[in-house]
Ligand binder design. Structure first.
Ligand code: GLC
Ligand code: CA
Length: 547
């Protein structure tokens, strides 16, 4: 099986057969020993990614930024943060990736800028400044914000500027003022900037919190504002017009019906969206992400079924379990102890049998796990804000820390584990965030040397998806929806059928597969043989031709 099979990217919708890999640059590979990952570091690791078989890299923001939110606060959209490298490094990355048929997908933060962006600095100068209307302002007095809206990471969504007698609106931190999309000049600036990156050879974009751009704070609307689809269609026409670009929008507020519009096959908006319905199922209803409940498996299955069937032929799914905002999936829904390898492979198998475009988050292909740190060592603004807030509210510290261990974003942001060398081979200096001490046994070098590693399981799944059309085209049928242990489904085309069977628990499970699969080919599994029961976290994929 050739894992590095090339995709023809001149074909319309090439990204439907692609697998993407997300790089969080700060934590991927440090090239100069300052403890912070950088673009030259990524260049050193392109061959590793090529070996895995991916077709594109979603690069979390590398733009110039004060790094209040690790680059999701951009102060210059047309340059890279000097700590990450130079524009020359960036051009080399685009070129070297392309040589391996890997596309670079940039992460665009279009909802807000940094408060250090020249537009905002100008806007602060006066109500008459031409840039003032680039942001969202409301009149007010110091102790009376326009309303009680809260910011994403805690505190009011309004910050007062005394010299203007006005509040500006920010859905995230105080240092991330929201852009005013109702102003056509703002939109044109952003489209120009996007064309600049397209001209440099970038082949797609991930769009940060894109369903929040059309906010209407007077009506307390954050996502899915009234002009959202109008803005997206204009964005697509004006900036993504070049044939073949892939676009994926982050849309926390998306349901199936909305996602059909975002990812309509006519390409009028985006290629696909990241929606989060599945990943929120282990959150207490009505609670925040920090308030956890055990994953209700039947609900997860129904949710996946709804998305698989809902978008089939009418839109396109993205497939993911991890990213830089989420805890490590093997720690979350698998078992990061005894069955780490089995459960990491099971989770991948469950997802990669589905229709959509998969996104691997760096280290997921190694089965990297969550980490537990003392509060003083966490870096993430969201974790720190939540910690102070909940401590003030009188939550027991133990409970607050348990939430951080389970859900904190720094779980996913610890440095990539390359080898058993000091600091996991990530840096020769002091890493900006501690390396997970389990790097000694969980690392890329070890994975590449072990034919049964999680890495090779991903490599096989990627190759299978490219080889067999059923992965791309098959209809989805959920089996045994009520089982609290088993996640099984089939995919069907006219002439072939795929069966995916996963034991989601650490307990054995008796299971016999449907009769028509009795003689089917076993494409892949995570145990060396098959028996009459499914062992802990066992996963199997069968394939048959219909006669
Ligand atoms: C998105 C990003 C997240 C960031 C936020 C604000 O959710 O993924 O990392 O903090 O937007 O830009
Ligand atoms: Ca560095």
């Amino acid at each position: 099986m050739d894992s590095t099979q090339k995709l023809d990217k001149t074909k319309r919708g090439w990204w439907k057969s692609a697998v993407f890999y997300q790089i969080y640059p700060k934590s991927f590979q440090d090239g100069n020993g300052d403890g912070i990952g950088d673009i030259p570091g990524i260049l050193q690791r392109l061959d590793y990614l090529h070996e895995l078989g991916i077709d594109g890299i979603w690069l979390s923001p590398v733009f110039d930024s004060p790094q209040v939110d690790n680059g999701y606060d951009i102060s210059n959209y047309r340059d890279v943060w000097p700590t990450f490298g130079t524009m020359e490094d960036m051009k080399a990355l685009i070129r070297e990736a392309k040589r391996r048929n890997i596309s670079i997908i940039m992460d665009l933060v279009l909802n807000h800028t940094s408060d250090q962006h020249p537009w905002f600095l100008e806007a602060l100068k006066g109500r008459d400044n031409p840039y003032h209307d680039y942001y969202v302002w409301r009149d007010g007095t110091p102790d009376c914000p326009p309303n009680d809206m809260m910011a994403g990471f805690g505190g009011s969504a309004w910050t007062y500027i005394p010299q203007l007698g006005q509040y500006y609106f920010h859905q995230f931190t105080v240092q991330q003022p929201d852009l005013n999309w109702n102003n056509p000049a703002v939109r044109q600036e952003l489209y120009d900037m996007i064309r600049y990156w397209v001209d440099l050879g970038v082949e797609g974009f991930r769009l940060d919190v894109i369903d929040q751009i059309a906010k209407e704070p007077d009506q307390k609307i954050t996502n899915n504002g009234p002009r959202l689809h109008e803005f997206l269609q204009e964005l697509s026409r004006e900036a993504f017009c070049q044939e073949g670009l892939v676009t994926v929008g982050e849309a926390w507020g998306a349901d199936v019906e909305r996602a059909k519009r975002y990812s309509a096959p006519d390409g009028s908006e985006l290629s696909m969206v990241f929606q989060f319905e599945h990943i929120n199922l282990d959150q207490k209803p009505g609670g925040e992400k920090w308030d956890m409940i055990p994953l209700p498996l039947p609900q997860l299955k129904r949710c996946m079924e709804r998305w698989q069937q809902g978008l089939h032929g009418q839109g396109w799914n993205s497939l993911f379990l991890d990213n830089h905002d989420l805890p490590r999936i093997v720690s979350r829904w698998g078992d990061d102890g005894k069955y780490r390898v089995e459960s990491a492979k099971m989770l991948a198998t469950m997802l990669y049998g589905m229709e959509g475009t998969p996104y691997i988050y760096q280290g997921e292909e190694l089965g990297m796990t969550n980490i537990q740190l003392p509060i003083s060592q966490y870096q993430d603004v969201e974790i720190l804000n939540m910690y102070h807030h909940r401590m003030e509210e009188g939550y027991p510290e133990e409970q607050v820390m348990a939430s951080i261990y389970a859900r904190g974003r720094d779980n996913a942001r610890t440095p990539m584990q390359w080898s058993e060398e000091p600091n996991a081979g990530f840096t020769t200096g002091t890493p900006w965030l501690p390396v997970n001490p389990n790097y000694v046994s969980i690392n890329a070098r070890q994975a590449l040397a072990d034919p049964n590693s999680v890495f090779y399981h991903y490599q096989k799944l990627i190759a299978l998806r490219k080889r067999l059309p059923v992965f791309r085209e098959g209809t989805f049928t959920l089996l045994e929806p009520d089982s609290t242990q088993l996640f099984a489904y089939t995919r069907d085309t006219e002439d072939a059928q795929l069966l995916v069977v996963c034991n989601f628990t650490g307990e054995p499970l008796s299971y016999s597969r449907p009769a028509e699969f009795a003689d089917a080919e076993l494409l892949l599994s995570n145990y060396p043989d098959t028996t009459s029961v499914l062992r802990p976290y066992e996963a199997q994929m069968y394939y048959r031709k219909k006669d």
